[in-house]
Design a protein around this ligand. Structure first.
Ligand code: HEM
Length: 287
């Protein structure tokens, strides 16, 4: 999420823009020369930000209170710095979550490329990297057992890996790669929310099996739901991110095939159309 200008991987010519409805003002072309849907046509941006702010508002208080008794995770006896590490993890994780809502927003990236670079540094250096390292440590020391430990450690390593790969790609000005890694990083950052949702839903769904599979042991049922929720919480968003990226690639390939087949293709002697301005945005898919 660093530099935005100049890409060695130029975008193909812009697709024909959608005709605006009669009552609506026409869509303005962005710095790339392409017509961009107006921000209110992207219904996911505002709900995403609302969910992220609500999650942070709910999560932070016990960990900025400096009162270990308010922690929602019991500290393991063998690891005294648990509360401090967990609190720092939550603070840095909150920075990552809030900044990535801005970074993933195409309108913000196109309109304020310099701000995108600055917020990107905050996302990586003041969010993901410290939160991921602390998540790795508290993940290893988790009091919730080996199933969650394995999930936490793998998630922390993937989060760090995707974010660093995205950062390095931007430094190399390899913006297509940068976008792909950062979409994965975003999915993992937000997976902490789906983790909580999965666990809550699973606790309810498993209740009919309390007397049978779980022999009436509610703690065992909750532990199972938390383990499943921990794994599904990040595996499903990561698969969704891969599907999203692949879908964009498939569209781009189809458009390229259609362009080569088009009878109105310019004659070889015709002057080449100017390349569009370099952009962080993927040629076809909107992140
Ligand atoms: C994606 C990589 C992340 C990893 C690997 C990770 C790992 C962990 C671990 C290991 C714990 C302690 C619970 C346990 O022992 O199982 C924890 C707790 C917590 N994490 Fe993360 N985390 C990540 C991202 C985030 C993000 C982005 C936030 C955003 C605020 C966040 C907020 C929290 C909160 C609030 C807790 C305390 C538990 C609670 O109060 O519900 N985490 N995390």
């Amino acid at each position: 999420m660093t530099a935005l200008t100049g890409s060695p991987e130029p975008s193909p010519p812009p697709p024909p823009s959608r005709r605006p409805a009669a009552a609506e003002p026409p869509e303005r072309p962005g710095p790339t020369g392409r017509a961009r849907p107006r921000w209110w046509r992207r219904p996911w941006v505002a709900p995403l930000a609302v969910v992220a702010v609500a999650f942070v508002a709910f999560s932070l208080p016990p960990y900025v209170s400096l009162d270990p008794a308010r922690s929602r995770v019991p500290a393991p006896a063998f690891f005294p710095p648990h509360y401090v590490m967990l609190s720092l993890h939550v603070v840095f994780g909150s920075v990552a979550m809030l900044t990535c809502c801005l970074q993933i927003w195409p309108w913000f990236r196109d309109r304020y490329p310099r701000a995108h670079r600055i917020v990107g540094r905050v996302y990586v250096l003041g969010g993901c990297l410290p939160a991921g390292l602390m998540g790795l440590v508290v993940g290893l020391a988790t009091p919730f057992g080996h199933v969650i430990r394995a999930s936490n450690v793998l998630l922390a390593l993937l989060w760090l890996g995707c974010t660093i790969a995205g950062w390095r790609a931007a430094r190399r000005r390899s913006f297509v790669e940068h976008r792909r890694w950062m979409v994965r990083s975003f999915a993992l950052t937000m997976s902490i929310i789906t983790n909580r949702i999965h666990t809550a839903v699973l606790i309810v769904l498993l209740q009919p099996e309390l007397a049978t599979t779980y022999h009436g042991d509610q703690a065992l049922l909750t532990q199972t739901a938390a383990g499943l929720g921990g794994w599904l919480g990040w595996v499903l968003p990561l698969l969704a991110a891969e599907w999203w990226l692949e879908r964009g690639d498939a569209r781009r390939r189809a458009r390229r095939r259609a362009a080569t087949r088009a009878p109105s293709a310019p004659a070889p002697s015709a002057p080449a159309p100017p390349l569009p301005a370099p952009s962080l945005r993927a040629p076809a898919a909107d992140a």
